[in-house]
Design a protein around this ligand. Structure first.
Ligand code: ADP
Length: 312
């Protein structure tokens, strides 16, 4: 029987062609088995360098042209999800093609913040993100029925995150990932599998929140993910009745901490009743007009500038 010509010969021209052990094309799906052995040489070589006591080599599959920005915090309730949603919208308003992943296992709140209860669909086993406010998003909250507590641990949470990252993001350029607070499995898995280009850390000006934020910064640094900077949220409150300014959570703490740690300070967002109410109602302020929208627009600009700096 005559063999039909191999439709995947174009792969022979690649530098890694010698790693290909088998390849086939069926029903429009190319399945390639590649030999990844030999990469342990990297580890041995690193261990051979004087002064190195331990070497960690992680394999990542980068998505060409897609930049992942992780948004983390040391503890919960500091406004990380609110900042992620509004930052993503502000970036989209600057003309970027933006995707948002809600990987907060303890409280996936993006469907509420974005005011979208649209169901997620799948195509060829790949999740299809939902559109809202000029961006696309996927949330762990969409994978379970509403009101169902998640708090997934270990492989279940990291497996779900992988499905969200590997969804059909199409031409998305910037993928913002709203991580759970802290430094657990989900953070490690994202760093190892998807290599974020940078991380943004959200903290209140309070000492307690800052101590935890420092731990989050430490994790990203240890894993060689550039920390784009620290955002101080809930800083200062202007009384809507008398106009008097007060600082319920202190003031300037995050900026001072950023300086001490040698990470950029990305900006300050005031404690705002309007922001809280609009967020709860699914109307993200960054999508509208006013001082909150302006603050997020400035933040988006600062984050893009920080991204440029770490890429140079
Ligand atoms: P996290 O993701 O860190 O757990 P959330 O984004 O869910 O925190 O925010 C926790 C609560 O604080 C929400 O009710 C949110 O609307 C409110 N919030 C966040 N940032 C602000 C702010 N700057 N001013 C007022 N309320 C805020």
């Amino acid at each position: 029987m005559a063999h039909s010509p191999d439709p995947l010969t174009a792969l022979d021209a690649l530098a890694d062609a010698n790693r290909i052990r088998s390849r086939k094309l069926a029903g429009g799906v190319a399945t390639i088995i590649a030999d990844a052995s030999g990469l342990s040489d990297l580890k041995q070589a690193a261990l051979g360098v004087p002064g190195v006591t331990e070497a960690r080599v992680a394999m990542t599959a980068s998505q060409p042209g897609r930049t992942i920005i992780a948004v983390g915090s040391g503890k919960g309730g500091v406004g990380k999800s609110t900042v992620s949603a509004n930052l993503a919208i502000a970036l989209a308003r600057r003309g970027r093609k933006v995707g948002l992943i809600d990987a907060d296992v303890y409280g996936p709140s993006q469907p509420t913040l974005l005011g979208s209860s649209e169901k997620v669909t799948a195509k060829d086993d790949q999740l299809v993100p939902v559109a809202a406010h000029g961006l696309k998003f996927l949330s762990l909250g969409q994978l379970v029925s509403p009101g169902h507590a998640l708090a997934w641990r270990g492989p279940m949470a990291t497996g779900a995150l992988a499905r969200l990252v590997e969804a059909d993001w199409g031409d998305t350029e910037l993928l913002i990932v709203d991580l759970p607070p802290g430094t657990g499995d989900v953070q490690l898995s994202l760093i190892q599998r998807s290599r974020p280009a940078g991380a943004v850390i959200v903290s209140t000006p309070q000492d307690l929140s800052l101590v935890d934020a420092t731990r989050a910064i430490d994790l990203f640094r240890k894993m060689d993910v550039p920390v784009l900077g620290l955002i101080e949220n809930m800083a200062g409150y202007v009384c809507p009745h008398c106009g008097e300014e007060s600082d319920p959570f202190g003031s300037g703490g995050a900026e001072a901490e950023a300086e001490r740690l040698g990470v950029p300070f990305l900006g300050r967002l005031p404690l705002s009743k309007f922001l809280r109410a609009a967020s709860d109602a699914g109307h993200p302020p960054a999508a509208g007009e006013g001082p909150e929208a302006d603050a997020f627009a400035r933040l988006a600009e600062t984050v893009l500038a920080a991204l440029d700096t770490v890429r140079r």
